[in-house]
Design a protein around this ligand. Structure first.
Ligand code: FAD
Ligand code: SF4
Ligand code: SF4
Length: 478
């Protein structure tokens, strides 16, 4: 059915419609609408069915993109769903929040000259449609196994592993210190990028499939790591990275200067209907305030756009490099600008002014210097260029590092890198402790949901192999 494809020469690229700025500033609903059937079919039919699909090569999951695009263009959506779900545990989530411009779509061969196929939006459409039509089947292993696996961390890495191990019949126990499943997908990423119902729908699917969750359970505090290790046949650590990077400068301890994740968690909890005193008393709420967010990554973008929705009087993002050198997705910067955020590029905080509460940030202009060993340009302050920005809420979004995991788990033999990430054998995901594996941000450092899913799936395959090998050695010894 080749005639259904290769339409990129006469069909222009269309992304799903965005909600009007005036509406989306008022709520936390996703800003992109879903494709309708015609939109998805047309856009899928633009694919040129490349012999070497660079889109797949640059997708961390190596999704079979041309295949599910072709099936979508042909109206064979259930088959498209099956192929999409074979390589991705949460396609509807990746379709919404992957930085496609840097991954699949940024490497689509028709990008030059014709604009890429809108791969993410079609991927999301396929699985949302599958849920609506009851094609997403519950996890029902063909045989149950007696062996159990403990997963510490209910973020995308842990959940992808949980699904893959349950499919193989293992008894899967997921521990998380939070009261809800999803990790940063539930408490970090705001609803305007990923509505909470999408994550809750997957949580129910995992529970229905027999995954057991032990929530409000901080391993190393309420539960001992050694006890879990002794109780299960293998352990997967997928705890993410949460230690906020700090800024210095006079006045940095003033009230009104808050860490990004505290701010986002409060907002997400409020949206989920929780009682959040720090939101209600105004300390973690931007309503009516002049807000300055420091940082240029995805977290900073989520903070500025959350502040807009909470009714901030003004929102400024202060970043020490320029737009071209910022780590956050350019799509999200454009969305933030549309929503009224002011970006002050090439500027860094010097001091925080105020008596009993922050009242302003004193910033200094920066210029970009020579490239360092990593290829990034250095940044230097410009003498005498200081200026003040009024602020009554300052949000620090400078990135995250791992906690001290050997200490947190009371396990000095757990090897970590010089950055504090857990060291694994990259082929098998096993740590320095036999039978203990690790995946996701705690291995890579702050990364992406799609990479955590990839790691979780690969680690599950290695855990399966490890348990089976151990069983056959034990059998041979009998
Ligand atoms: P996490 O999602 O961090 O999950 C780890 C889980 O482990 C958490 O639930 C935590 O409570 C639990 N845990 C930690 N310690 C313990 C313990 N001792 N005992 C029990 N449980 C524990 N990525 C994208 O792809 N697209 C985006 O748009 C995007 N936006 C982001 C926005 C923000 C604000 C942030 C902070 C990150 C964003 N990311 C985004 C990155 C992405 O969320 C992470 O890369 C991904 O969630 C990592 O998955 P993970 O499973 O390794 O860890
Ligand atoms: Fe693109 Fe992410 Fe989907 Fe891969 S998982 S095809 S990178 S949107
Ligand atoms: Fe289709 Fe683009 Fe992938 Fe080629 S690179 S197969 S055109 S989506």
């Amino acid at each position: 059915m080749v005639e259904r494809m290769l339409k990129f020469t006469n069909l222009p690229q269309k992304t799903p419609e965005k909600r009007a700025v005036s509406l989306r500033r008022e709520d936390f609903a996703e800003i992109y609408k879903e494709f309708d059937t015609r939109g998805a079919t047309d856009q899928a039919s633009r694919c040129s069915q490349c012999g070497i699909p660079f889109c797949s090569v640059h997708c961390p999951l190596q999704n079979n993109i041309p295949d599910w695009l072709k099936l979508t263009a042909e109206g064979r959506l259930e088959e498209a769903y099956e192929i999409s779900a074979a390589t991705n545990t949460f396609p509807e989530i990746c379709g919404r929040i992957c930085p496609q411009d840097r991954l699949c779509e940024g490497n689509c061969v028709i990008e030059k000259g014709f604009s890429s196929v809108t791969i993410g939006a079609v991927e999301r459409y396929i699985t949302d449609t599958a849920f609506e039509n009851g094609w997403v089947k519950p996890i029902r292993p063909s045989r149950e196994r007696a062996e159990s696996v403990c997963i510490i961390g209910a973020g995308p890495g842990g959940l992808a592993a949980a699904e893959a191990l349950r499919q193989r019949g293992y008894q899967v126990h997921v521990y998380d210190r939070h009261d809800r499943v999803g990790g940063l997908m539930i408490y970090g990423i705001p609803g305007f990028k990923l509505e909470k119902e999408i994550v809750l729908r997957r949580t129910e699917w995992l529970i229905d499939g027999g995954v057991t969750f032990h929530l409000n359970n901080a391993v190393g505090e309420t539960e001992s790591f050694a006890a879990l290790r002794a109780r299960h046949d293998a352990v997967l650590i997928a705890t993410g990275v949460y230690k906020a990077r700090e800024i210095g400068g006079p006045g940095v301890g003033l009230p009104g200067i808050v860490p990004a994740l505290d701010y986002l968690i409060a907002s997400n909890r409020k949206g989920l209907g929780d009682n959040v005193p720090a939101f209600d008393d105004g300390s973690l709420n931007a309503a009516g305030k002049k807000v300055v967010v420091i940082g240029g990554g995805d977290t900073a973008m989520d903070c500025v756009r959350t502040a807009v929705r909470q009714g901030a009087a003004s929102v400024t993002c202060l970043y020490r490099r320029d737009r071209a050198n910022m780590p956050g997705s350019l799509r999200e910067v454009a969305n933030a600008e549309d929503e009224g955020v002011v970006f002050t590029w090439l500027s860094a905080p010097e001091a925080f002014l105020g008596d009993d509460h922050v009242r302003a940030v004193r910033a200094v202009r920066m210029h970009l210097g020579l490239q360092d060993a990593s290829g990034r340009q250095s940044v230097e302050p410009i003498a005498g260029s200081s200026f003040n920005i009024e602020a009554d809420l300052v949000i620090k979004a400078l990135g995250f590092d791992p906690e001290d995991m050997p200490h947190a788990f009371g396990e000095p033999a757990l090897k970590v890198s010089k950055w504090g990430t857990i060291t694994v054998d990259h082929r098998h995901f096993m740590t320095s402790l036999p039978g203990v594996f690790a995946a996701g941000d705690i291995v890579r450092g702050a990364s992406l949901v799609v990479w955590a899913i990839r790691d979780g799936r690969d680690a599950a395959a290695s855990i399966h192999q490890h348990i089976q090998q151990r069983a056959s050695v034990a059998q041979a010894a009998e």
